[in-house]
Design a protein around this ligand. Sequence first.
Ligand SMILES: [Zn+2]
Length: 246
Amino acid sequence: MAHEPAYVAAVLGQRLGPAELRRLGLPLTAAVVARSRAAVGGTLLTARLALAHGLACNTAGGSHHAFAGFGAGFCVFNDVAVAARVLLAEGAVRRVMVIDLDVHQGDGTAAILGSDPALFTLSVHCRTNFPARKERSTRDLALDPETGDQAYLAALGPLAEAALDGFRPDLVFYNAGVDPHIDDRLGRLALTDQGLAARDAAVLEACRRRGLPLAVVVGGGYAEDVATVAARHALLHEVAAELAPW
Ligand SMILES: [Zn+2]
């Protein structure tokens, strides 16, 4: 529902060519294929759990640079786009919003879901970061490099609240990428650990106040060692554990 059948078949058969693999930025091993499938299934399950319980968080997902016919930027399948399309097709929801706060624009998500009036994509990202050619989300906010906690949170709050009140979704997906962190290798913003936690709390609380089911995916995050990135992603789950259930 979100990808071209030929692309899906090429991934599952591990038949992508050299140029496609360069764009993807990952070797297409059996493990990467299995992981990509699991992330899509995981995000769909996360959304179903959110509809049942109010809040659910995947510990993977957020492959927002995957387009309908090709992968890019470490993203094979666009798990959020697939999950949104499946739930709309099932009639489980009528309107879905994607709030994407990974430091990179959610270009694949915007391209796949962009023209559908049942979907609202909101991307807050760094203006000078990958991808060089931005797609058009329903609403984009391109921040200057080095934007810190205070300016970031001041911009995000009113933007997210207005989008939620204007569109009134039945389900929200939140890409909580931690690459806006000041020490991230690929980000260019300047959020601290406290800033990331405050950002996550702002999104979660905005949805909870409105009684909106919220499905969260982890998105990107880049550091020299895995433990540092894991600790940053864990900030989200700590905030979520304090606020759930609703
Ligand atoms: Zn990113």
